[in-house]
Design a protein around this ligand. Sequence first.
Ligand code: FMN
Length: 406
Amino acid sequence: MEKGLKGRNIVIGVTGSIACYKALDLIKEFRKKGANVYVIMTYGASQLVPVRDFEKAANEVRTHTFDPGIDYRNYIRKNKPMNHISFADIADLFLICPATANSIGKMAHGIADDLLTTSILATLAPVVIAPAMNVKMWNNAIVQENVQKLRKAGMLFIDPEYGDLACGYKGIGRLANTEKIGEYIETIALKRKTLEGKKIIVTAGATSEEIDPVRVITNKSSGKMGTYIAEEAFLRGADVTLIRGTNSVEPKIQMKDIKINTAKELFNEVKRNIKNADILIHAAAVSDFYVSRKKNGKIKSGQTLALELNPTTKILENIKKLNKKIKLVGFKAEYRVSEKELVKRAFSLLKDADANFIVANDVGKKGRGFDADTNEVFIVDKRGRAEHIGLRDKRVIAAKILDNIA
Ligand SMILES: Cc1cc2nc3c(=O)[nH]c(=O)nc-3n(C[C@H](O)[C@H](O)[C@H](O)COP(=O)(O)O)c2cc1C
């Protein structure tokens, strides 16, 4: 058995959902993989599954904030660890599984009226929430608002799945597959700390240049690649600043998120943030041109129009002048060229920009580049070597790029 989680402290909050017995499988799996698993059960959970079952599976189980016969003097005189924060402090990762609508609502409002919700407020560990509830509860506008609020606060969700629910309904609300939850937790627990303390800037998406107040020249970039890299870097513990085009996909994780329109705005934001940055990953598709004489009023339709375009500043080539020590990763999109030519052009850009890596792709091929969910890339390094990553999900490619940097 691979001990992939050896020595990690995973705290699992179990709340009063009918699915709470499923957390037992996860506890056993995490412990098999070497983790220490600490459980906090809500009163609701303790009514549905015997606490004893969890005590048998986990390293330790707690159900109460206040021990019977608690005496404040013991805490003051003897420096006794305090129940309400001790799990919060030791956690490398907090998982709430299953999470009820009630506990989600309490967390979204900063309520701390039991050991679980108190510990959540007191932890600095990443919090992953796996909800389970009746479909109507899940779709309830208040529950959804609470979920959004927690996402914005940086909590990660493993969304419930569609299927037959224990309450007899069919719909979204089933606890996500426990294998999937286990894999997700393992990935986060293992990745955490690999980029801790690193300040990373990621640019993403398309820039747009105004022709007049209502029309723009832009490109087809969705911002997925850059946004996924930013999320992945965040999960690895980096301090991430994402600078992205206004039409790019929304990051699912709350981080420093700056929106820009033009190439010039993008460059200004890079300059503003680059001083203490360790790594810059420039995945944005920056316009090569801007309209030289932008009109202040809306241009009338029904006439021939000639636009004069001027070249924008090449951002990648100017980064090292702003911060000599920064690790720099650029992207090179080409349209229908041979693989050899693609790598050659990427290497030439790498030298021009003094970059550490250039990620090159051919956007002329199906399923690669701009708006796709997948991509095929070559990661070219300073020696001109190219690592080929065949057609894969952009999240996998994001992870590979960060592996190379680390
Ligand atoms: C048999 C049973 C099953 C329940 N299943 C769920 C559930 O899956 N999801 C949910 O949000 N609430 C469920 N509830 C309701 C919660 O237990 C209730 O809202 C409780 O106050 C939750 O408290 P807690 O979040 O502190 O555990 C269930 C209740 C019962 C009696």
